[in-house]
Design a protein around this ligand. Structure first.
Ligand SMILES: Nc1ncnc2c1ncn2[C@@H]1O[C@H](COP(=O)(O)OP(=O)(O)O)[C@@H](O)[C@H]1O
Ligand SMILES: [Mg+2]
Length: 370
């Protein structure tokens, strides 16, 4: 059933115009009538009042005055109140249909202006969350397509090599062993990717049980650096390590989970290395009540456009897409683990020169400031 729409402005206009005119008319009539009888009592029954026309004139004048004043008031109301309210009503209808591509602009400083600004703020926030949702959906679609591609590539490869063995293409024991090695590597690649996905899922759902311990920072990082030195040497990377903090500083970390942070960051430095003379440095600095871990590489670097978003889940830099394999979740895992340790992560980079990742961790309350 269609709702009947009453125009309240017209009704109120009629009210504020007709009621005073009627009231003045009645009062004037009553007063004039009383006066008429009083005059008749004095001057006799043949008395004819001379004031009738002037009363009528006054009445018409007052009614005209009220009409003009109310008309002006109504024009003002229409422009100043009704129109902005109609605009807001139209805007609300557009929002209800999911259209947020407009702006409500006002220079007014009164209540209506405030209402318009509040409405515009609401629209802006809705638009921001709509954009964020669309962005996440796009990233997820891209992520699924990346994962499908990254899983399909090794599977196709494994299939090819297995068929090669079955069809007797690998005729010599060397070829046989080479084929099996490739199958093994490809299976490992898939395993790594699946592990990364599982880890991400667990972290995202807060299903990782942290086992926080007070650890001596120097000993912990020294051990990590020792492992890294050997690992990086086999990849032809010059690894430098500097510890610039007091020897007795302690931090509260889950040693197993936190090592994933260091390995992930070093892993990226290796992955995005494009120089012949490969260099990665690990530094630990004193940072007041915190310590700062820095991992610097001389790799391809990150563009200014990508830099603020590299820790977003599924985000991959323009230069990495297509050239290197990856899911874009490594740094979001790192960010989550660092955040769960009460720390912060940031990056500085220059395209072509290299990248430095900074991780800030609070010293333990009992730890010294160095
Ligand atoms: N050390 C680095 N040098 C250059 N680019 C990097 C480095 N670390 C991260 N990036 C950029 O950040 C993006 C996100 O990294 P990450 O979350 O580890 O995902 P993935 O390595 O799977 O692409 C990468 O795609 C890459 O563009
Ligand atoms: Mg990575």
């Amino acid at each position: 059933m269609k709702k009947k729409k009453y125009n309240t402005l017209w009704l109120s206009f009629l009210g504020v115009t007709a009621i005073p005119v009627l009231a003045i008319f009645i009062i004037t009539m009553v007063v004039a009538r009383n006066e008429f009888y009083e005059m008749r009592a004095i001057y006799g029954p043949n008395f004819i009042p001379a004031t009738r026309e002037s009363i009528l004139m006054i009445l018409i004048f007052v009614a005209g005055l009220i009409l003009v004043a109310n008309s002006l008031w109504m024009i003002w109301m229409k422009g100043m109140v009704i129109k902005p309210l109609r605009d807001i009503e139209a805007a609300a209808k557009r929002i209800a249909k999911g259209d947020l591509e407009f702006t409500i602009v006002t220079q007014r400083t009164d209540e209506i202006g405030e209402l318009c600004r509040d409405f515009e703020e609401m629209r802006r926030q809705l638009k921001a969350s709509q954009d964020a949702r669309i962005y996440t959906e796009q990233q997820q679609k891209m992520f699924i397509s990346n994962i499908c591609h990254d899983l399909k590539t090794p599977i196709t490869s494994i299939q090819g090599y297995v068929e090669g063995i079955m069809d007797g293409v690998a005729t010599t024991p060397e070829m046989h062993s080479k084929y099996l090695k490739t199958i093994h590597n490809k299976a490992n690649e898939m395993n790594l990717l699946i592990n990364e996905l599982t880890m991400y899922n667990k972290l995202d759902m807060d299903h990782v049980p942290y086992d926080f311990k007070e650890v001596n920072l120097k000993k912990y990082i020294d051990d990590c650096a020792e492992d890294l030195e050997d690992e990086l040497a086999t990849r032809g990377v010059n690894f430098g390590y500097r510890y610039n903090c007091a020897d007795d500083v302690t931090v509260k970390v889950d040693p197993v989970q936190f090592s994933k942070v260091i390995h992930n960051l070093i892993g990226n430095s290796v992955k995005y290395m494009d120089k012949e003379d490969k260099r990665i440095d690990l530094r630990v600095k004193d940072y007041g009540n915190s310590v700062m871990l820095e991992i610097e590489d001389n790799g391809m670097g990150i563009s200014e456009k990508d830099l603020p978003r590299i820790c977003d889940r599924f985000y991959r830099g323009d230069s990495s897409r297509g050239k290197t394999k990856g899911s874009g979740i490594g740094l979001s895992i790192v960010k989550k683990i660092v955040g769960d340790h009460g720390g912060q992560i940031s990056a500085t980079s220059k395209v072509g020169l290299g990248t430095t990742m900074h991780v800030i961790l609070k010293k333990s309350a009992g730890g010294k400031n160095g």
